[in-house]
Design a protein around this ligand. Structure first.
Ligand SMILES: NC(=O)c1ccc[n+]([C@@H]2O[C@H](COP(=O)([O-])OP(=O)(O)OC[C@H]3O[C@@H](n4cnc5c(N)ncnc54)[C@H](O)[C@@H]3O)[C@@H](O)[C@H]2O)c1
Length: 401
């Protein structure tokens, strides 16, 4: 079977198994080389649980924890298995990423266990707890990197949907077609109170708190454990749809949860809980937010021009090496947040991005934005456009990689 990208409404709905595997191997190699130069810090984690391990920031965190620091990793994600049925095109990219990760970890002699299940359910938490007990391991790092549109409350069974909407007023902004670069204007109606509350339920800190408390109660967290969840703030031009919108509200809840969890962990396990504010990157969930693809294209061009551009993997290398595991206390800002979005938010970058965003047209977009880089990252998250992969070759089975 020949697999070509299938794009619907700026979402790539299929994945290339070989492309995903090659991309993972390349990222692992990059981290191994980085580690060879960097060495392993004394306080590096030994056993990391990554909730949302199969793509984006969670996957990057897992690769750094395992191949950068030699940690045993337990990964949780919710992915669709590849199948050779004629009606199913392929599994989700995360499915192939996990397969490739586990196979490479095995080759490198690293312990890894991947659980495919709903992170919001008590059953998955139980599975993780039992796995840690069986391994005889205490978890000293928990990364919470879930991005989901829906959540079933594990106690009531009720399903909640998140919405990426402004609050109070409609939002109109430009966006780009991920494949053609065509700029268009789209609008989003303001969220209802119910939509806003549901988004907090899905994307806020409630589930992270459940994880942390249940893991602690089961005795599988190590003394000095660190737990980190991820957030985004971004520049004012994205605030109406992001930071001051429904998702931003949920992120503020996540940030408040960090304060509570930090107190609890400190008291019980001499542990710590943080929210790390990361740079905007192209992941499966960020491509569908209005204005974000256009902003990212311009941001990439500016950061590449200034020599400060980072991939998600490079962000996570820096988070681990320069924030979490320095042998000293974790640096935080005045709001208690880890800032690894410092290079994105640097005035030199933001002033230039703002200037370009104000003058952008379809005609000058190719010069002032990095659409090529954006498009590559968009396709690469699904295993397409990966250098060295022959996309005209037959993929024998979408189940295997
Ligand atoms: N993408 C960005 O630009 C960016 C920037 C800063 C912060 N963040 C934050 O980083 C976190 C991860 O986002 P991402 O962009 O890497 O997302 P992503 O879509 O690449 O990854 C999301 C992960 O969550 C998992 N997941 C989703 N629902 C699940 C469920 N019910 N059970 C188990 N696993 C589930 C997926 O399997 C996947 O592993 C989010 O909190 C996001 O807000 C993202």
């Amino acid at each position: 079977m020949i697999i070509q990208p299938l794009i619907r409404n700026n979402i790539c709905v299929n994945a290339h198994p070989t492309g995903c595997a090659v991309a993972i191997r390349r990222q692992i190699k990059a981290v191994q080389e980085w580690r060879a130069k960097q060495g392993t810090p004394k306080d590096a984690p030994h056993t990391a649980l990554i909730i949302g391990c199969s793509s984006g920031y969670g996957l990057a965190s897992r690769i750094v924890a395992a191949f950068g620091f030699g940690a045993t990793t337990i990964g949780v994600s919710f992915e669709k298995e590849g199948s050779d049925s004629p009606t199913q095109i392929s599994g989700t990219p995360g499915w192939y990423n996990n397969k490739a990760f586990d196979s490479e970890a095995k080759t490198a002699g690293l312990n890894s266990l991947t659980i495919n299940g709903d992170a919001f359910s008590h059953a998955t938490r139980k599975q993780v707890i039992e796995a840690a007990q069986k391994m005889g391991k205490k978890i000293d790092l928990v990364i919470y990197s879930i991005a989901s549109a829906v959540r079933v409350d594990p106690d009531s069974g009720e399903l909640y949907r998140s919405a990426t909407k402004p609050i109070g007023e409609p939002f109109t902004g430009e966006t780009i077609d991920c494949m053609t670069g065509k700029i268009s204007t789209i609008s989003a109606e303001p969220a209802t109170a119910e939509e806003a509350a549901n988004t907090v339920k899905v994307r806020g800190g409630e589930d992270w708190a459940l994880w942390t408390r249940q893991l602690a109660a089961a005795g599988v967290l190590a003394e000095g454990v660190k737990t980190v969840a991820y957030s985004y703030i971004g520049p004012p031009l994205t605030h109406a749809i992001y930071r001051e919108g429904t998702i931003g509200n949920a992120k503020k809840h996540l940030e408040m949860t960090a304060t509570e969890l930090n107190k609890e962990l400190k008291a019980n396990l001499n542990g710590e809980a943080y929210v790390s504010v990361n740079k905007a990157i192209v992941t499966r969930s960020s491509a569908i937010i209005p204005i974000i693809p256009l902003y990212l294209s311009v941001l990439f061009k500016v950061m590449k021009g200034q020599g400060t551009h980072e991939s998600g993997l490079e962000q996570m290398e820096r988070l681990f090496a320069e924030r979490l595991y320095t042998g000293a206390s974790v640096p935080i800002d005045e709001n208690g947040l880890i800032r690894i979005d410092d290079l994105e938010m640097a005035p030199k970058v933001q002033n230039e991005v703002k200037k370009r965003m104000a003058t952008i047209t379809q005609e000058n977009f190719a010069q002032i934005g990095d659409f090529k880089g954006y498009r590559h990252d968009f396709l690469a998250t699904n295993g397409f456009d990966i250098e060295g992969v022959d996309y005209t070759a037959d993929v024998e089975s979408v189940e295997r990689i």
